[in-house]
Design a binder for this molecule. Structure first.
Ligand code: HEM
Length: 357
C-alpha cells in the first residue's frame, strides 16, 4: 500500500538517532545508563518506605536524556527543564483553551520556556565548538550543530524543534513502559521472581565486574519478553497517521489519495487472530519464534519504525535490572485507575511501599 509519513522532515530526526548510535559506542552507552540508573535509585529510592514510581522513573529517563543528548548534568538545570517539560506533556492533549489556569495555556507557555532554554544551550554549544571546548560528536546536540544535511546545516530553531521531538518521543514512552512493568511485577509475584532470578544470574556471571555491559543486556531474554508483553498488553503509543499517496482499496472501500489513515497498535495487539487469549498477560508467548512478523508492533514497523527503540530497550532493561535486585514493592492503591496524557499512566503516579532485599 502506498503511504507516506505526514512529517516529511522526519528523516532528520531518524538520521540523528543513527548518528547517536554511531558516535556512542554501545558499551559506553550502557555504562552511562548503568551509572545514571544506580545514581537515581540511590538518591531517590534508597532508604524510603514509600515512593511514587511514575515521577521518579520520569526523573531517571529525563536525567539520562539530558546527559546523553545535551551533556547537561547539573541537577538544578535538569529539574528546571523537567518542570517545563511536565507542563508541556500535561497539556499537550487538552482542550485548546488558552486562558490562564488551563492545562493548554500552561503547555503553551512551557513550550515557549523550553524553546528559550534550549536556544540558549545551543548558543553556548556553538561557542564551545568554535573554541574547541566541545566535541562535534559528544552528544546529539553537537551532532545537530556540526553535521550538515543535503540542504545544509540546521538553523537554531530547527535544532530546538528536533531536540524537543526526540525528548517528547522518548520520555513519556519509556517512563510509561517502566512504570507499567513495575506495576505488573507487583501484581504477579511469580513473574517478579522469574525476572529477579534472571537478573541475579547475570550479576553472578559478572563476577568482579561491577558495570553492566552489552552482552549482559543480550542475556536478559526473559525480562525483555516480559517487557514486550507489557507493551503488547498496554500499547504505549496508540498508533500513528499516514497520508494515502494514491487511491487504495481496503475491504471493498476506496480510500482516496490525500486522505489520512490511522494505524492502531492496540487493535493489532489485542486481535485473537494473532495472539491467543489476548487479554491474558503471558510473556511466554514471546519465547521461541514469538509472534508472527508485523503483529507485535509497539515501536511500529518498516522504514518509519521508532528510531529510538534500541535506546529504549537499554534504558528499560538496565533500570529493571537494578530496581528488582534492590527492592520489592507493593501498590498502595491496588485498584488505581489509568489516565492518558501523551502516553498511558497510572492516575496517581503508582505509589508503592518499598522493601529492600
Ligand atoms: C517504549 C518506548 C517507545 C515506544 C513504545 C515508541 C513507539 C514509537 C512509535 C509507535 C512510533 C511511530 C512509528 C510510526 O510512525 O510508524 C515512534 C516514533 C518515534 N519515536 Fe519512539 N517509542 C519509544 C521510545 C522512543 C525513544 C527513547 C526515542 C528517542 C530517544 C523515540 C523517538 C521517536 C521519534 C523521533 C519518532 C518519530 C519518527 C518519525 O517521525 O519518523 N522513541 N515511536
Amino acid at each position: 500500500m502506498a503511504f507516506v509519513p505526514i512529517e516529511h522532515d522526519a528523516a532528520k530526526g531518524r538520521r540523528f538517532m543513527s548518528l547517536f548510535f554511531k558516535f556512542n559506542e554501545t558499551q559506553k552507552l550502557v555504562a552511562a545508563i548503568d551509572s545514571i540508573s544506580r545514581n537515581q535509585l540511590k538518591k531517590n529510592w534508597e532508604g524510603k518506605n514509600e515512593v511514587k514510581v511514575y515521577p521518579l522513573v520520569k526523573m531517571y529517563t529525563f536525567t539520562l536524556a539530558c546527559h546523553l543528548f545535551l551533556s547537561i548534568n547539573d541537577t538544578e538545570k535538569v529539574l528546571k527543564l523537567l518542570y517545563h517539560f511536565n507542563n508541556l506533556t500535561d497539556g499537550i492533549l487538552s482542550v485548546p483553551l488558552s486562558i490562564p489556569g488551563t492545562p493548554f495555556h500552561r503547555a503553551t507557555r512551557a513550550m515557549e520556556s523550553l524553546r528559550k532554554e534550549i536556544y540558549l544551550i545551543i548558543k553556548e554549544r556553538r561557542e564551545a565548538l568554535a573554541n574547541n571546548l566541545a566535541s562535534p560528536t559528544q552528544d546529539v546536540l553537537s551532532q545537530m550543530i556540526a553535521v550538515p544535511f543535503d540542504d545544509g546545516f540546521m538553523t537554531e530553531l530547527e535544532i530546538v524543534d528536533k531536540i524537543l521531538a526526540i525528548l517528547f518521543g522518548g520520555e513519556e514512552t519509556t517512563t510509561a513502559t517502566i512504570t507499567f512493568a513495575m506495576k505488573y511485577l507487583s501484581e504477579m509475584p511469580h513473574l517478579y521472581n522469574e525476572v529477579l532470578k534472571e537478573q541475579r544470574e547475570i550479576t553472578r556471571s559478572m563476577k568482579l565486574r561491577e558495570v553492566l555491559c552489552f552482552d549482559d543486556i543480550q542475556k536478559m531474554r526473559y525480562t525483555w519478553n516480559f517487557v514486550n508483553e507489557v507493551m503488547r498488553h498496554i500499547p504505549i503509543v496508540q498508533g500513528a497517521f499516514r497520508e494515502v499517496k494514491e487511491d487504495i482499496t481496503f475491504e471493498g472501500y476506496v480510500i482516496p489519495k490525500g486522505w489520512k489513515l490511522y494505524w492502531s497498535v492496540g487493535s493489532t495487539h489485542h486481535n485473537s487472530e494473532y495472539f491467543s487469549e489476548p487479554e491474558r498477560f503471558n510473556p511466554i508467548r514471546f519465547e521461541g519464534n514469538g509472534p508472527s512478523p508485523y503483529t507485535h508492533v509497539p515501536f511500529g514497523v518498516g522504514p518509519l519504525m521508532c528510531p529510538g527503540h534500541e535506546y529504549a530497550r537499554l534504558t528499560i532493561l538496565v533500570f529493571l535490572h537494578y530496581v528488582v535486585k534492590m527492592f520489592q514493592w507493593e501498590p498502595i492503591l491496588p485498584n488505581e485507575k489509568m489516565k492518558f496524557k501523551a502516553a498511558p499512566m497510572p492516575a496517581e503516579g503508582f505509589p508503592v511501599c518499598l522493601s529492600p532485599h
